[in-house]
Write a new protein. Sequence first.
Length: 462
Amino acid sequence: MNYQSKTILFAFLCISMLNQLYAQEQPNIILILTDDQGWADVGFNGSTDIPTPSLDKLASEGVIFSNGYVSHPYCSPSRAGLLTGRYQARFGHDCNMPYEGENDASIGTPLSEKMISEALKEQGYRTSAIGKWHVGDHPDLHPPAQGFDHWFGFPGGNMNYWGYPANPLQTIYRNGEEVSQSELSYLTDDFTDEAISFITKKEDKPFFIYLAYNAPHSPDHTTKKHLEKTKHIEYSGRNIYASMVNAVDTGIGKIDSTLVANNIKDNTIIVFLSDNGGRIEHADNRPYRGHKGMLFEGGIKVPFFINWPEKIIGNQVYDKPVISLDLYPTFLQAANIDTTKESNLDGKSLLPYISNKNKGAPHDILFWRSVGGFEYAVRKGDYKLYKSAYKNKTLLFNLKNDSYERYDISDENPEIIIKLEAAYKKWDSKNIAPGWVDPHPKNVILEEKRLQETLKKSTKGK
Ligand code: CA
């Protein structure tokens, strides 16, 4: 080997070593999303009937966001915001997909949006999507097209827990190939096992796993084993819902043990949140008002924590408002990636705030838009404006005195309404109309009518 070749080889080895060192410093990231789980359906937010010991342990080792929001009160749009770090109204994704979506590649989060998976993959991460997808039904919009090296799950919005393929959207795929029924047991357990298998692959690269359990979304399916821990709940069908939550908790406990056993727990970030408020049946969003689909706090405030033993001091509760959109830039900063290149993000990295380096609030103002403004909400400081289609009125609350939104103060504060409406209009002027619509407006009217009729039937006197 001549001198020149030796020099090139030496330079190559130095670069390789530096790359490896850099790669090892980057944390692994596991983003765990549950589906329709209520704010109060975890022990760390006060649940007394559903055992969630693994989530409670991870939450106590990290930072609990007690005012943690998602950017939409139901499934698909909330996921579109989470994965892109941008308000999904920016790209017209503020409705669930219509059922014929698998035939139309223009329905779903467009490929022009850069997902967190793509940003991390560019930086050398190996990336995995496991569970429910629901941000693009057409095969051209499935996880492999959005920066995921590995995919195990189903494309649509809901699925039976036994993995029986009902149609292309309710079929379990692994990297585009249909998974045989004999490989599946109970989906929550299958998703956990797939995550563990991805974690334990011996590769030098850091990993990113988007683990989107469909639990505890309907249908209410559980196993006898999981029901053992919640059969004490003698309250309608909540024992089954609770066992579905507990199955997720058991799975997360196994993932945590796997990280410990592989000596990678300290430099692995785990984030846990639900995609929207708890569903109308069996979930518990109390003390907050409302449920999935509504822009009351119960529809958009979710159980939410971050755990990263190496860099984040545990046993903290962070009470300033944060939103799911913040996770994208938080992960980029954690991985030492220059976030200025992603200047179109609406989220903010939360690392300076939870480390107390920045004592201010991550957000001066937050917005929600559902079905092109059929409903919308604005939170600025203590005030929250909610243009509610359910109540056919624009409501105003002071969350400092009334975090449960019991007292509408809109009539006494017209000037605040004007200011918040103007802020919404300005924000919305940069959004686009929904690319498609869903039956939500019709459902809202039916649901509210049912509620008012029940009240009328059951109420007497002045
Ligand atoms: Ca959901």
